[in-house]
Design a binder for this molecule. Structure first.
Ligand code: SAH
Length: 424
């Protein structure tokens, strides 16, 4: 390692798992071969990075979790090189299809450099702004997410092999980005599925003592890097928050599932909404939204702590009307098996939202469930249009902001859908 991580008295102790260096790191070449079953190789020749346990025939050689392995077809052909985890259904994650390329520090440094360069090209490099610097498969780094909040970084390892190499990644990130501090955010699902050891409060360099303030579209937000949702902010909705504001002029807006108030603040500041009602079931989220409204001197926001399903139903009963309803719910489908229930839940909230809209009103409706496909979501909207007798004109079909690219060789990286609809 060449890059130096600032020594901090606050650095938390490192768990046993983290002290075990994957054995072949120095060389960067495979310690074992993972042989595929017949007729399973095609997706991997097509550079899909996830090898499921069901595709694997056997392992030759000695592979410990986190080790580098080569993926070999049943005909004995080298396909790709990746990182192994016997504890995960996602048995191997692939990183290079070049036989001569080692998965060493230099390799990962280049991947990080490339990812950071993309965000520069996107002009997402405002020093007081925030963006996703590394988005896992979409940046050729399956299992690693890095978000920048001003001078701080939040890292998330959703793969065991990445979590075992965190010191390496963080060290390179210090070298390339010179952050004041890096905070580890763990996702419960990944910790369980990958067998990652849970570590509370791990960080490198300085740990922010209060909120980290960032700027987006001229609005300021206080971000809680240690406790906030995701890594602190829904960076993926950045462009949608701004575009949605173009439809709210002079209108009464309902920002349902408002979290820290991003859609509401843009609607009030940039869109000229007459008033915005912010609803979230979490008191913590609402206090973030209130603090952000105050921070920006935005006065025409109201806040209500309520469950969305109940709140929407009650508003319909009271015959309330809005010019714009924004629905940005949490992930409703965590697996393929949950898709039908999720679609029913989307149907329910969208149907209620449509009945709250005055004629010519705007519905901004989102889904961050990757398992629910764009087309499924459109069919759900079609069902509402048919049954309610109200036309739904889809004006814009949008996705996540471009710092969350979709990898064409791993379409699972597309997850966020945002439809802007007019309801005559
Ligand atoms: N629109 C936000 C992100 C929303 S995230 C932004 O741009 O930043 C989803 C939010 O839904 C979370 O804040 C969560 O607290 C809230 N939530 C989850 N379940 C809910 C429910 N049943 N009713 C209301 N809010 C809910």
């Amino acid at each position: 390692m060449s890059a130096a991580v600032p020594d901090s008295p606050h650095n938390t102790s490192i768990s046993v798992a983290e002290t075990v260096q994957p054995r072949e790191m120095a060389a960067g070449f495979a310690s074992a071969q993972v042989l595929l079953k017949p007729r399973k190789a095609q997706p991997f020749f097509g550079r899909h990075p996830w090898v499921l346990d069901t595709a694997v025939a056997r392992i030759e050689g000695d592979a410990t979790d986190g080790d580098i392995v080569d993926l070999i077809s049943d005909k004995g052909r080298f396909i790709a090189r990746g990182l192994y985890n016997s504890r995960s259904r996602l048995r191997v994650r692939l990183y290079t299809w070049n036989h001569g390329e080692a998965l060493d520090e230099e390799f990962f440094r280049q991947r990080l450099e490339r990812a950071i360069e993309v965000r520069r090209e996107l002009r997402y490099d405002n020093p007081s702004g925030a963006c996703r610097l590394v988005f896992s498969e979409a940046d050729g780094l399956s299992g690693l997410v890095v978000d920048r909040y001003g001078e701080y970084l939040a890292v998330q390892a959703t793969a065991l092999a990445i979590s075992l190499r965190l010191d390496l990644f963080v060290s390179v990130l210090f070298d390339l980005m010179h952050p004041r501090g890096v905070v580890l955010r763990q996702e419960r699902g990944a910790v369980q599925m990958e067998g990652i050891s849970h570590e509370a409060d791990r960080h490198w360099g300085e740990l922010p003592t209060g909120p980290v303030f960032i700027e987006e579209h001229g609005l300021r937000y206080g971000i809680d890097l240690r406790e906030g949702h995701k890594t602190g902010f829904y960076l993926d909705q950045r462009e949608n928050r701004r575009i949605a504001a173009d439809y709210v002029h002079g209108r009464r807006v309902l920002d349902m599932f408002c979290y820290s108030g991003g859609f509401a603040l843009n609607a009030a500041r940039h869109g000229g909404a007459s008033e915005v009602l912010c609803v979230d079931s979490s008191d913590k989220a609402l206090s973030l939204a209130r603090a952000n409204a105050e921070l920006n001197g935005v006065a025409n926001l109201q806040f209500r702590a309520e469950d969305a399903f109940g709140a929407l139903q009650e508003s319909v009963q009271k015959r309330e009307k809005f010019g714009v309803v924004i629905l940005d719910p949490p992930k409703f489908a965590r697996s393929r098996a949950a898709v039908n229930d999720a679609l029913m839940a989307y149907h329910q909230i969208n149907r209620l939202a449509v009945s709250l809209l005055e004629p010519g009103g705007i519905l901004v409706t989102c889904s961050c469930s990757g398992h629910v496909l764009r087309e499924d979501f459109l069919h759900m909207l079609a069902g509402i249009a048919q049954r309610s007798g109200r036309e739904i004109q889809v004006l814009q079909q949008r996705g996540a902001s471009p710092d969350h690219p979709v990898s064409a060789t791993c379409l699972e990286s597309e997850y966020l859908k945002c439809f802007i609809c007019r309801v005559p």
